[in-house]
Design a protein around this ligand. Structure first.
Ligand SMILES: C[S@@+](CC[C@H](N)C(=O)[O-])C[C@H]1O[C@@H](n2cnc3c(N)ncnc32)[C@H](O)[C@@H]1O
Length: 264
């Protein structure tokens, strides 16, 4: 009886799920976004903007006919390029296209729901997806290795402002560099002085104060890009990298530059 009830519930749920999806693929598979290919000049602009090179692992989430993935392997020599698409027709097309382009060994296509896929190894993520999908993906995108690049076609990441954008004809492509997590109080010593830097962070935007010898000064020209940052305060120019709970930096004071490590 219990089993019968479970089966009835299961079959009742399937048409409801299908009805909820606004878009379907060629075989009727429900999609979260329709298949609309990115024009090749826009593909080129996206990969150029992300500065894709031989060290990169590129993922296109919702990869369509594989054009971004194939171009990343073919024209940018990406170490690995992966396309994820839920539609088996697109995956078949992509594999054929990769073979024709001679990059079948370096362009990999996975028939998966992108919301269940693991793209944490990506150093570059490309997307031409609807805004609500990008919003849903944002927490996972924020956990990519700092310095990883994300490029979108047309749609943005809401209040996570793009680092750069470019118009390509009527279209716009956007770039984000995944920022390191740098908020907190960092302490370091320089000569006889002990400094504390209080940093706040809103995505890639940073601000804060420097405290030394009972004085406090706001940071100026503070910029974070990936794991690299700079700021100035109280006659110091700070240029550093953050790795977890450690900062290594070059600090210039009164014309002299020192190697400094700071901890949080
Ligand atoms: C707008 S097209 C973009 C295609 C390709 N990235 C391009 O720019 O040419 C969106 C793609 O996302 C795929 N898609 C939609 N929902 C998906 C999901 N939940 N998981 C994986 N792929 C999905 C569709 O099949 C379609 O190929």
């Amino acid at each position: 009886m219990k089993h019968l009830l479970a089966l009835i519930l299961l079959f009742a749920a399937v048409p409801a799920a299908l009805a909820q999806s606004k878009y379907t693929g060629d075989t009727g598979i429900p999609l979260d976004a329709p298949y609309v290919p990115t024009a090749m000049p826009v593909v080129k602009a996206m990969l150029d903007m992300a500065n894709v090179g031989p060290a990169d692992i590129v993922y296109d989430l919702g990869s369509g006919d594989g054009r971004l993935v194939i171009a990343a392997a073919q024209h940018h020599n990406a170490k690995k390029a992966v396309g994820i698409d839920i539609d088996p027709v697109r995956i078949k097309e992509s594999n054929e296209n990769a073979k024709a382009a001679g990059v079948a060994g370096r362009a990999l296509f996975l028939e998966e729901d992108l919301f269940r896929s693991n793209f944490s190894e990506a150093t570059v993520v490309t997307m031409y997806l609807l805004p609500e999908m990008i919003t849903r993906l944002r927490p996972a995108l924020q956990t990519l290795t700092p310095g990883s690049r994300i490029v979108t076609h047309t749609f943005t990441m809401g209040d996570w402002q793009a680092d750069a954008f470019k118009h390509v004809g009527e279209r716009t492509v956007y770039l984000w560099v995944v920022p390191a997590k740098i908020a907190g109080t960092w302490r370091f010593t320089l000569g006889a002085d002990t400094y504390a830097v209080d940093l706040t962070q809103n995505f890639q935007k940073i601000a804060g104060t420097l405290r030394v010898s009972g004085k406090e000064a706001a940071l100026s020209n503070a910029v974070l890009s990936g794991d690299s940052f700079v700021f100035e305060a109280e006659g110091l120019a700070f240029e550093g990298h953050v790795l977890g709970d450690a900062i290594t930096a070059k600090v210039t004071r009164a014309g002299q530059t020192f190697d400094v490590t700071a901890t949080r």
